[in-house]
Design a protein around this ligand. Structure first.
Ligand code: ATP
Length: 366
């Protein structure tokens, strides 16, 4: 993809603070109207990248293009972006209407027009009755909606959101996630959203950049990040994964065969372009893609015997652990309890684990 068909194009951007490299050769393209998330643990560089999009920080090298224009000479207030912070940043001495209209005051709009725009925003954030309330008389979720309305009323091409739901409790946060996604669909503005919460990123985003140590590890849809992570860092960051060592025996018709320690021969179509026969690889499977049975499954392959270890009943689902010969970590299996035909096998009982074709993903060994 070229920078021309991306609305935001981050090209080979590096950022040093003194000798410390916070961003390491990041290139990401973001499309118009996308809900795009930067996801990673604390300190991975998400906020630094967002602040460079806003113009509050400058790249040490590389370039950021927005709508085809290089941003290096464009100051923050002239960029077609607006930012929403975690701590709401609404003014306590103003009422809700004046808070929402705050950014419009320089535009010298007729009062009728400005009032109509504020009314439209109050409808959009589902607080039409709240215009005259003081900012101090609002809940955290209401304050965050007002912070959003205040940013949206300026009709930015891009809204940058830095953990905007981070200060809300879990229930409100989940409700606001759905509202935020609906709001973004309604206004059609490109959202760039920073979070360290993988579930939040999966729920909200069209695409996600998973970041670690200043690098973009993988930029993909939520489904592809979960089903086809490129490496261990991404696989570990999104959900739980079982990892095994293996050797590629051959590749034919888009299917790779791998001899896997503790499991025998596994074949899968789920691998990247760089794989070659003879490669030593890390191969992985999600806990819910493994079946656990006491009796031997009546299939020709895709199965191995092990010994039952611990089990945990979690209501809707159960987690089981099975020990395999030649594998140091117990294998994690997760099953919905309504699917459970058998009871939980006792510890140390022999059990079988089995899997479908293509349930494994081969990771890049880096
Ligand atoms: P969090 O989720 O904790 O906000 P983050 O992924 O947003 O983390 P950044 O705020 O981008 O991380 O910081 C990335 C790294 O750069 C951190 O190690 C941080 O200490 C460092 N850093 C950020 N800003 C500065 C600065 N102005 N001066 C020096 N180091 C900085």
């Amino acid at each position: 993809m070229t920078q021309n068909d991306a609305y935001i194009s981050i090209r080979n951007v590096n950022k040093f603070f003194g000798t410390f490299q916070a961003i390491n050769d990041v290139s990401i393209d973001i499309h118009q109207g996308e809900f795009f998330s930067l996801l990673g643990s604390s300190g991975c560089g998400k906020t630094t990248l967002l602040r460079m999009l806003a113009g509050f920080e400058m790249p040490t090298s590389g370039e950021i293009f927005i709508d085809g224009q290089p941003m290096s000479m464009v100051p923050p207030h002239q960029r077609p972006v607006n930012m929403v912070f975690q701590n709401y940043a609404i003014f306590p001495h103003l009422n809700v209407r004046d808070n929402i209209a705050y950014g419009l005051r320089k535009q010298k709009l007729p009062r009728v027009k400005r009032d109509a725009m504020v009314d439209e925003m109050l409808e959009l954030i589902k607080l039409p009755e709240y215009g005259d309330r003081k900012a101090t008389q609002l809940s955290g979720g209401q304050r965050q909606r007002i912070a959003l309305a205040r940013a949206l009323i300026l009709r930015p091409k891009v809204l940058l959101l830095d953990e905007p739901l981070g200060a809300l409790d879990k229930q409100l946060r989940e409700q606001m996630q759905l509202e935020l996604r609906a709001l973004q669909k309604t206004v059609g503005i490109t959202f760039v959203f920073v979070t360290h919460d993988q579930e939040e990123a999966l729920t909200l985003s069209d695409r996600i950049a998973v970041m670690a140590r200043g690098r973009d590890l993988q930029v993909d849809t939520p489904t592809r990040l979960y089903e086809s992570p490129v490496n261990r860092d991404v696989a570990n960051f999104i959900g739980t994964m079982n990892f095994f060592d293996g050797k590629v025996t051959g590749i034919a018709d888009g299917t790779a065969g791998v001899d896997v320690n503790g499991l025998g021969h596994v074949s899968t179509t789920n691998f990247g372009p760089k794989l070659r026969p003879g490669d030593d690889v890390c191969i992985a499977i999600r806990p819910e893609k493994l079946n656990l049975t006491e009796s031997e499954p009546q299939v020709a392959g895709n199965k191995t015997q092990g010994q039952m270890d611990k089990a945990a009943y979690l209501g809707e689902r159960s987690h089981y652990y099975v020990r395999l010969n030649d594998v140091s970590q117990p294998v994690a299996i997760s099953a919905q309890n309504r699917q459970r035909a058998e009871g939980t096998p006792e510890e140390k009982r022999p059990v079988w684990i089995s899997w479908e074709d293509n349930a494994f993903v081969i990771l890049e060994n880096r």
